[in-house]
Write a new protein. Structure first.
Length: 269
């Protein structure tokens, strides 16, 4: 069977996408090859998903879609390694590297269709959020390929490339903020006397239920907050503490800092 999907960098995000694409049968394991430097990761991925693995990234270029999932810090080295081989073929290159711009990708892979994408880890369970931006050589078929691929792991939105660093700061990094939030909610429950397992169950279902409510009713978050805060009640006491701690300002600053860091990572390359 021909190799259809190649991944360079089989780390956290490479695996998140790979696992879902295999479980959803978007690709058969035999249609996937992963270029990965770590022998432990190679053997884990081959064993866990039945995909082909190699330490030679050039072998991965036989795929018709090539996903770059290495760290931005090694982009220049990997691009230089691939450039001579890729110049002879016309695969679609999809980069999920934070900060690395379309112009950097197009400079590294002249004449090839490239797409810059920013997925996130909930892709593992089909609840990902991916933004894509198309390079100049990417046509409708390439866009369809990227949309089909990322739709299999969650929602997809196309954005102008100028917004990609902001996307990275919000939805790319966002799962970490939400995980911190859930952990802290659970800690609060424990501080108030709940057993850990119950506290975590309550925290998770409260986040899930609130998101579902907001999505299904399209209610503004401020309206929901108003509905929960009974006059002189418990919620306003809690909200007051969050405001005192700078909760909202902290989250806004976090998204801006992550977005800024995405810009820096691109500028370094
Ligand atoms: N972790 C996340 O939630 C997200 C990450 N990204 C992007 O995905 C990329 C990968 O991030 P992670 O998976 O978190 O990092 P990671 O460190 O888990 O994975 C990178 C993998 O690349 C391998 N590697 C290093 N040099 C290599 C080379 N020359 N050839 C082949 N493989 C090589 C490493 O052994 C490692 O397994 C980054 O560019 C990041 O910006 C994008 C969206 C979300
Ligand atoms: O932390 C990072 O740099 C990557 C990009 C978005 C999420 N994780």
């Amino acid at each position: 069977m021909s190799v259809k999907f190649g991944i360079i960098g089989g780390g956290v995000m490479g695996e998140a996408l790979l696992s879902r694409l295999v479980s959803q049968k978007i690709y058969q394991p035999t249609e996937i090859i992963v270029g990965e430097k770590s022998p432990e990761r190679r053997s884990y991925l081959a064993h866990q998903y039945g995909v082909s693995v190699t330490d030679d990234n050039l072998v991965v270029t036989q795929a018709s879609v090539l996903l770059l999932a290495i760290k931005p810090q090694v982009f220049t080295a990997v691009a230089a390694e691939l450039a001579s081989v890729l110049a002879k073929s016309v695969p679609l290159i999809i980069s999920i590297l934070a900060g690395v711009s379309l112009s950097q990708l197009e400079e590294a892979f002249p004449q090839l269709p490239v797409i810059r994408a920013m997925p996130n880890t909930p892709a593992t369970v089909g609840a990902g959020m991916t933004a894509i931006s198309l390079g100049a050589q990417a046509g409708d078929r390439d866009k369809q390929t990227a949309q089909q691929l990322f739709s299999a792991v969650g929602e997809v939105v196309e954005v102008p490339e100028t917004l990609m660093d902001a996307v990275t700061g919000l939805s790319g990094s966002g799962p970490a903020y939400v995980a911190l939030f859930v952990e802290a909610l659970s800690d609060g429950g424990v501080a108030a006397g709940l057993p850990r397992a119950i506290a975590t169950q309550l925290a998770l279902q409260t986040v899930r239920g609130t998101v579902q409510l907001l999505q299904e009713t399209q209610m503004h978050p401020a309206e929901l907050k108003d509905r929960v805060t009974s006059p002189g009640g418990t919620t306003i006491a809690g909200v007051t503490e969050l405001e005192r701690a700078g909760f909202r300002a902290g989250l806004i600053a976090a998204v801006k800092a992550a977005s800024q860091r995405s810009q820096e990572l691109g500028a370094k390359e």
